[in-house]
Every structure is written in structure tokens, then in C-alpha cells.
Design a protein around this ligand. Sequence first.
Ligand code: PMP
Length: 382
Amino acid sequence: MSSSLDIERLLSERVKDIETSGIRRAWALSQACKDPINLSIGQPDFCVDETIKQAAIDAILQDNNGYTNTAGIDALLQTIYNRLHSQFGWEFTEESNLAAMVTSGTAGALTLAFLTVLNPGDEIIVPDPYFVIYPSLARIAEAKAVLCDTYPDFRMTAERIEKYITEKTKAVLVNSPANPTGVVLTANEMADIATLCKEHGILLITDEIYDELVFSPAKHVSPAETSEDVLVVRGYGKTYGCTGWRMGYAAGPKQIIDGMLKLKQQTFVCAPSVMQHSLIGAFDVDLTPLIERFTDRRDMVVEMLGDITELVIPEGAFYAFPKIPEGLNMCGIEFTSKAADHNVLVIQGEVFSNLDTHFRISFAVPDDKLEQGLSVLRKLLQ
Ligand code: PMP
């Protein structure tokens, strides 16, 4: 059967403009390798905690399968209120100016946030390197993601951000611990960014999906500790190993959350009901063994690549973003292909950046695989 649709005419400009060629390339490379050592995957390699799994099973058996409130079920929201109260002193009462909602993944929270705040032509300042969806979400909102160059140390500081502020700037987005660099901003850096945004009347959106995955002595600090003019966006997927459950939450100024709720009500309605019930106990899970494991793997990456590449030591998340030595005369795309030829998958820097001088390693893989992969990369980088 042949199609009579003129697809070019049907597809929106927003869809045509979203750039996915880098990700498609990485995917094609992964398909071409047989049983590769895959250091490209951005999801935990551990199983969901048994109590959380059981809670999911119970939620289904107890018939919690219908729609929920758009903001989320009370029991889960209460755990979020308590957590943010203990971390930031935030109050969630009828009278307070703050609110929280459960979202369909962290990406779901970011999508709602961008669409709530940005009009066509508005600007949002995001870090470069960035998590891949930030520029796309700005495009979907017909706004512009202004890339804040953070090379070579990947620190998104107030000083660096300030240069990009214009009368069109509506929001600044920070991501600490960061994907793809693992950089964790300090308390002073965060407080300075919060102050800068306040001075300019700009909303600060803080993507804290890796808030729990921080390696001592580094500490995760949220700008919400010093400002209420902040939209906090977090997720459950990376911390509890349930990325496919699509669960996250957002909290911040009530009118912004109300806008996000309006959009959510008219689109996705609510976060998955069963998953909401299953994560009520999530904040009680002991993450210490997990963080120790990731710390050891981070150390392995630094030990194997630190002396032969320019590597900013990751202090959180599970990524490292080494620079390809200039002597090799290779861009990220070329190096990634070469690594794939040796059966190791990593992602070229251009997927996350204007530049293609680095590559991303995910160390969310078993220790033996990581060691094998790093040995291959070490040889290729010398
Ligand atoms: N923000 C960052 C920095 C991420 O790395 C990711 C996932 N890779 C997301 C947001 C999206 O997370 P989720 O799967 O919870 O939507």
C-alpha cells in the first residue's frame, strides 16, 4: 500500500528542527557492535530495591490503577514536602507561596517548566555541555536555549552566566551534579547564581536528578537552600534504578507549579498511579552501599584515564567527560567510532555541546566491564 500523505507538509517545524543525529549515530554504532562493552548508557546497573518492587506489586493488586490527582497522591506528596522542608526549610501550606507536584519523570517536569515559563522568542540560559534535551525543550516552546560556555572546568558560575543575560532571559537552568561532566557546584557558587537570578528577576530552574549521587567530600547543594525563587526538578529513576517508571517531582513558586499543573491536566493527566504508590517509601532506602560502589568506579576512571587525558574529576552522577588529547587529532565523532571498532561504546561530546572535543563515559556498569572498557580506551588515547 502506498501513502498519499505529504509528510514534509505534515511535520511541524518544531519537530524538523530537533536535532537527534548525534544520538542516532551513537545508537547505530551500538547496533553494529556484537556484545559491546557499553559505557554509553545513562542508567543505573543495579536492581530496584525489593521493598519498592513489592510496593509496586501491592499497588496493582490493591487496585490502585486509576487516575490520581494531577499533583500526585497525598501520601507521596507528603514525603516530598517533608524532604524539602528538612533540606530547605520550605513550607507547603495553603498560605505559603510554594507548591510541589509529582511528574512523569524529570524530563516531564522540565517539559512542563519550559512550556509554563517560555513564550516564543524568550531565552533560557543553559550550561554547555548540557543534558541533551535542554535545547530541544526550548525549541518546542519556540524559545531559545542560550548556551553558557563552561569549558574547560565545566563550572556554571554566576560570572559566566551574567554575560548571557538579556531582556529576553526568562530563566537560567543549572544542573548539579551534571550530566555529562559529573561536576558538582559548591554552596558559594549556587548561592551566587541564586542571587544573580533574583537581581534580574529571572527564574532559576535547578535540575537535581543526581542529588543523591555525590562522592564525599563533595556535597550536593541546592540553590533552594538560599532562595525561594527557584524551581527544583528531581527524579526517582537514577537514584532508585527505575528509569522506566517515569517518575519525578517539581517544587517551587506556587504560580509556576499551578501553570505546570494546568498543562499536565490537559496532557498527561497524572504520573503513573502504581509507580506513585510504589515510591512512597523510596526516601527511606539506604543509598550508602550504592554511593560507595559509584565512588570506587569514579576512582577507577580517574586512575585509568586521569594521567593521559584532561579530565575534570567527577564529584557526582555517574559520568566522566575526558578531553581527547590534541595530539591524536581526532574529534569526538572520530574517537567514538574508533572506540566502537574496538567494541567499546562511549558518546561523542557533540551530542552534549557546541564543541566536539570530549567524550562521555558512563560508569553505571559492572566493575569488570568498566575495567575492560577503560583499558581499551587507555590504549586508544595514548
Ligand atoms: N536531567 C538530566 C541531567 C538527566 O541526565 C536526565 C536523564 N538522563 C534527565 C534529566 C531525565 O530524567 P528522567 O528519566 O527522570 O526523565
